[in-house]
Design a protein around this ligand. Structure first.
Ligand SMILES: *[C@@H]1O[C@H](CO)[C@@H](O)[C@H](O)[C@H]1NC(C)=O
Ligand SMILES: *[C@@H]1O[C@H](CO)[C@@H](O)[C@H](O)[C@H]1NC(C)=O
Length: 187
């Protein structure tokens, strides 16, 4: 009997030793500067998002829906893939600063509310090539919507923050919309 306990104790000891060794190899502490990152910054980005669903060159297209989507008052289950331009000003001809690439999906049975899963892919100036990742809830009929910024790449490594959206204009015939965004990030 005691031999079995001895065996169990010995096996646990070896296992613990292996785990310790593994975690030593798996991670180590580093200082922020060694990654070329220095002081934390706060940035405020301001741009307009153009959601073009109509015409010959839409930038947002429905890619899936449920059996109830078309009879649902909230389009529940509709999934839309977007590659929407982001511009400095509200006019479509305004200078482009990036694209909003990702998905919005109708996720509420009781009111129009989208699950937003997207990356802002910036193309302008010091932000060119950097991205911010957004995951949040967007009820588009609300005056102000807020979505978390969960992370980023390039100049936005370690980003955390939030994006506030306000509809600038909407064409109720076509569904095309321009949305003003204010994005606040620590990075
Ligand atoms: C629902 O409506 C969309 C847009 O009008 C249409 O493309 C789609 O075929 C419809 N789906 C069904 C199942 O009727
Ligand atoms: C952004 O970066 C890409 C790839 O490096 C480059 O081709 C493009 O000219 C840059 N755009 C601007 C506006 O700097």
């Amino acid at each position: 009997m005691s031999n079995i306990f001895l065996l169990i104790a010995f096996t646990s000891f070896i296992f613990a030793l292996l785990l310790t060794r593994q975690s030593q190899d798996f991670s180590r502490k580093i200082i922020r500067n060694s990654l070329g990152l220095h002081d934390k910054k706060q940035s405020h980005l301001h741009f307009y998002f153009h959601d073009i669903v109509s015409g010959r060159n839409p930038t947002a297209v429905r890619v899936a829906s449920a059996a109830i989507t078309n009879t649902s008052s909230t389009y529940f289950g509709a999934i839309v893939m977007m590659d929407d331009p982001l511009t400095e000003g509200p006019e479509p001809s305004s200078k482009q600063v990036g694209r909003a690439q990702g998905i919005y999906a109708s996720a509420s049975l009781s009111e129009l509310a989208f699950l937003m899963v997207l990356n802002y892919a910036f193309t302008e100036g010091e932000y060119n090539g950097s991205t911010l990742s957004i995951l949040g809830r967007n009820p588009p009929l609300a005056a102000m919507r807020e979505m978390p910024v969960l992370g980023g790449t390039g100049v936005f490594r370690f980003a955390r923050g939030y994006a506030q959206a306000q509809t600038h204009s909407i064409d109720y015939n076509t569904g095309d919309a321009v949305v003003e965004y204010n994005v606040y990030v620590h990075h």
